[in-house]
Ligand binder design. Sequence first.
Ligand code: PLP
Length: 423
Amino acid sequence: MSKPPRHRPPAPVRRAAGGYARAAVLPSVAEVVATAHPGVPLHCLRPHTFRANARRFTGRFPGDVLYAVKCNPEPAVLRALWAGGIRHFDAASAGEVRLVRQLFPKADIHFMHPVKSREAIREAYALGVRDFALDGGDELEKILAETRPAHDLGLMVRLAPPRGGAVYDLSGKFGAPLAEAAALLRLCRAAAPRVGLCFHVGSQCLDPAAYGRALALAGRVIAEAGVPIDVMDVGGGFPVSYPDEVPPPLDDYLAVIADGVARLGLPGHCRLWSEPGRALVAPGQSVVVQVLARRDPAGEDGTRPAALYINDGVYGALSDAGTALGWRFPVQLIPADGRAPEAPPRPFEFFGPTCDSADRMRGPFQLPGDVAEGDWIEIGQLGAYGSALRTAFNGFDQAAWSEVRDPPLLETPGYLAKGSRAA
Ligand SMILES: *Cc1c(COP(=O)(O)O)cnc(C)c1O
């Protein structure tokens, strides 16, 4: 059996889409490890999980589902989402637009970053992008100037939603406040045949009511502007499970959105959009790391975390586990000598491979107490903002890739049926 390919540069958007040999598909992560003995972080993709999540979300969301490409731009991931029914993509850079266009000539690509370079606007328009987000009059002028004499634009005004409810708050950077948004919407209505409102409640939003509050704000903007809209875009933010964090089911979010949209009294032709990233891709990818060293605390009684030095970290796929956010991810031991992982669990913290002392993941991660140098650990839920955030810092940019058919380590109730397997 061939080893998974290596030496991939960290940023998928920089690689030619044609340059992706498909990795070997193996039945399980344990089998890949037994075959390849990976000495660099091994990214395991589960195309069936990406596909099932896409099918599930597109089947239940009553409108167009735009996949937020930045969350995971790996071509194998994009192909699996396409196979699951995703036809719309939320791109945020010229590089993402090029990548999606190269893979899917017929995809609908929407440029939903509210502050773009002039070059990016020009290139995107030339590649067939017609919808552009904006949150200020200066950006409107840029879009109109760089696409002139376009008469087929869609202009989406990004609102600053009320704070709260999400683990990652994005309201400080983008979004027009109420009065400005109304004035901007009127300007857009005069300049383009299609206008809309969009917002982002923040990523990993655990409070469905946040979408209701943002939609109520959209209603005030529409009333104040006194013009009809053609698109109402509720953005991303839909959450997934992490250890000790089970979000409300997707249906709760969809009910709040349906109610909030109904209150807007939108014209019959108005489209509803969403821009999920995390919810579609988090469970479909895990990373298998190898233990380089183990250090136990002095006077150790098994209650304080022991340290595991591993070959991936916050400059690799594990930045959300770092000291800034300190997220915990599901873990599973794959012993190097094939022994059964039977020792009682105990807490561990991880240190990444770089020389930076911030390359530390406190967890704690619960693993069998006999973890030793050379063992592997599968870390799950890394399909969202995992491989997408890898860097080449300190020379640790190598990774191996494989596709597997076993179920992910953790599933989110209300998204995928439990124990879903590849057909
Ligand atoms: C990042 C982003 C998304 C995706 O957010 P998730 O929380 O991953 O669903 C959607 N829309 C915009 C504009 C974004 O910046």
